[in-house]
Design a protein around this ligand. Structure first.
Ligand code: PAF
Length: 275
C-alpha cells in the first residue's frame, strides 16, 4: 500500500491509478470500514482510503480530542484488505490557513435529525469531503448508510455542484447482536456494550410495525423513545422519514427509513433501518 501524507505526493501517486474509488474515513477502522474497502474494489482499478479526523465537523465540547487515533493498526488493516493508496494528511496539510470558504448545505437538510443536535456538523463534513474530492479527483466515492443523513447531504452536494463523481451507498455492518459497528462503540463500558443493541431492536420494532400496517408514526416514535428512556438512555430522536429527503412522510410515501440517535452513558450512538 502506498501511503501519502501530502497533496502533491498523492496526486503524483495517482497519476496512473486508473479509475480511483475513494473511501473517506476518520480512521480507527473497524470491520464496517473494511467492508467498505472490499466493496470499493468492484467499482474501479484503485482503492484510495483517506484518514483525517476533521476538526471542522466537531463542535467545541464534542469528542474531537478523544476521537481514537490508531494509525499503525489502521495501516495494517488496510494493507491486509488490499487497499492501494492511503492518504493521511496532517492538519497543516489539509488546513494550511484557517478555512474561510465552506460548503453550506441547505437548511432543510441540516436543521433536522443529526443537524439539530450537532449544529455546524454537516457544513464541516461537506467542506472536507469537497476538499478531499478536489485533492484526489476520484471517479467514485463510497459512504456507509450508517450515517444516513451524511449520505444524503453528500449525494445532493455532488449532484448540485455537478461533481463528476459517482456516489455509492454501502450497507451498514452489524455485530451478531445487531449493534451497528462504529468507532464510538469503543467508548462503551462492558455494561453499556451489552445494552447498546437495544437501539437497533427498537428501530427494528418500529420498522416491523410499519410493515404490518401501523400508520400512526408519531405514536411509534414516542413508544421507541420511551422504551429507550426506561432503559437508561437519553434519546435525541427516533424518527420515521422519507428516504429521499429525510422529511416527514406524506400519505402514500413508501420508501421510508427509521432513524435513531441516543446517548448511552457518555457515548452518542446513531443507527437507522430502511423500510
Ligand atoms: O463519516 C466520516 O467518517 C466522516 O464524516 C467523513 C465522511 C470521513 C468526513 O470527515
Amino acid at each position: 500500500m502506498n501511503i501519502h501524507d501530502t497533496i502533491s505526493g498523492l496526486r503524483a501517486g495517482l497519476k496512473h491509478a486508473g479509475r480511483v474509488v475513494l473511501v473517506p474515513t476518520m480512521g480507527n477502522l473497524h470491520d464496517g470500514h473494511i467492508s467498505l474497502m472490499q466493496q470499493a474494489r468492484a467499482h474501479g482499478n484503485s482503492v484510495l482510503v483517506s484518514i483525517f479526523v476533521n476538526r471542522l465537523q466537531f463542535r467545541p465540547g464534542e469528542d474531537f480530542e478523544k476521537y481514537p487515533r490508531t494509525f499503525a493498526q489502521d495501516c495494517a488493516r488496510l494493507s491486509a484488505a488490499g487497499v492501494d493508496h492511503l492518504f493521511a494528511p496532517c492538519e497543516a496539510e489539509m488546513y494550511p490557513t484557517p478555512q474561510q470558504y465552506y460548503v453550506e448545505p441547505p437548511a432543510d437538510q441540516i436543521n433536522i435529525l443529526e443537524g439539530e443536535f450537532r449544529p455546524g456538523h454537516f457544513r464541516g463534513v461537506t467542506t472536507v469531503v469537497l476538499k478531499l474530492f478536489n485533492i484526489a479527483q476520484p471517479q467514485v466515492a463510497l459512504f456507509g448508510k450508517k450515517d444516513y443523513q451524511q449520505m444524503m447531504v453528500l449525494s445532493n452536494m455532488t449532484r448540485d455542484l455537478a461533481l463528476p463523481i459517482e456516489i455509492v451507498a454501502a450497507e451498514t455492518v452489524r455485530a451478531a447482536d445487531g449493534l451497528a459497528l462504529s468507532s464510538r462503540n469503543g467508548f462503551l463500558s462492558a455494561q453499556e456494550r451489552a445494552e447498546a443493541p437495544r437501539l437497533h431492536r427498537e428501530l427494528a420494532r418500529v420498522r416491523e410495525a410499519i410493515i404490518n400496517g401501523e400508520r400512526n408514526y408519531v405514536r411509534l416514535e414516542r413508544l421507541a423513545m420511551t422504551e429507550l428512556q426506561a432503559n437508561g438512555w437519553q434519546p435525541n430522536y427516533v424518527a420515521i422519514r422519507r428516504q429521499l429527503d429525510l422529511q416527514p412522510p406524506q400519505a402514500g410515501d413508501k420508501a421510508l427509513v427509521v432513524l435513531g440517535a441516543a446517548m448511552l452513558g457518555g457515548t452518542r450512538l446513531i443507527d437507522n433501518l430502511e423500510v
